[in-house]
Ligand binder design. Structure first.
Ligand code: ZN
Length: 214
């Protein structure tokens, strides 16, 4: 520090603990004594308390921001009616896209309103419903909830989540991830669901909450 600042240190009295380091340099006359040490110690305790308080205040602010965000998310768009579910169960489209299981297929070709049907289809194809005894209506409601959780952004929207989920489907199916023992059926389900949900409520910019957590 002396080299960098041009300051000349003659003697040092310091005290450190978890929250920080306090250092006193160059007593005006003489060397540091026991009394100086006691005063410095008391001083550093007060500094420590102040720092602790401001850290705690910051944590409270972050927690408040998180809860505000989740409240906003809940009230903003979380409503799926039985009619919405029925529209999917009775969708007249045959959903017979022949190349859906190929890496060359572009998931964005699927009509936006039919994406929940295709999510259901992929999950049926992977045998998730039967294996985990998931009720079809419950799953459709869940898919529609997730879809509603996405905002109308240029990129991190539901269609992005749909493409990522489709890619997970392709990997599980074509690389036979379950059959070859790379993952269990439960892990495959978690993988697929995570892909569906991974950008939920994305605001199109660096997420404030995740930035705060970092
Ligand atoms: Zn993403």
């Amino acid at each position: 520090m002396d080299k960098a600042t041009g300051f000349h240190t003659r003697n040092i009295l310091d005290e450190d603990n978890i929250v920080g380091v306090a250092q006193l340099c160059n007593k005006i006359d003489g060397n540091f004594d026991y009394f100086d040490e006691q005063v410095a110690n008391a001083f550093s305790i007060y500094c420590g308390i102040s720092i602790m308080h401001s850290l705690m205040y910051k944590r409270i602010q972050d927690a408040q921001a998180r809860s505000k965000l989740s409240n906003e998310l809940m009230t903003y768009h979380m409503k799926v009616s039985n009619q919405d579910v029925a529209d999917i169960t009775t969708c007249p489209d045959p959903h017979d896209e022949p190349n859906i299981g190929k890496f060359t297929f572009t998931p964005r070709k699927i009509l936006h309103k039919e994406t929940p049907c295709y999510i259901l289809l992929m999950m049926q194809h992977l045998n998730f419903l039967e294996h985990f005894r998931i009720k079809k209506e419950t799953l459709i409601k869940f898919i529609l909830y997730v879809k509603k959780g996405y905002r109308d952004l240029p990129y991190h929207n539901w269609l992005h989540a749909f493409s990522v989920s489709h890619f997970a489907f392709l990997c599980i199916k074509n690389f036979q991830l379950i059959e070859k023992g790379y993952m269990t059926k439960l892990e495959a389900l978690a993988y697929f669901i995570s892909c569906m949900c991974h950008d939920i409520d994305h605001r199109g910019t660096t997420n404030f909450v995740s930035a705060a957590i970092k």
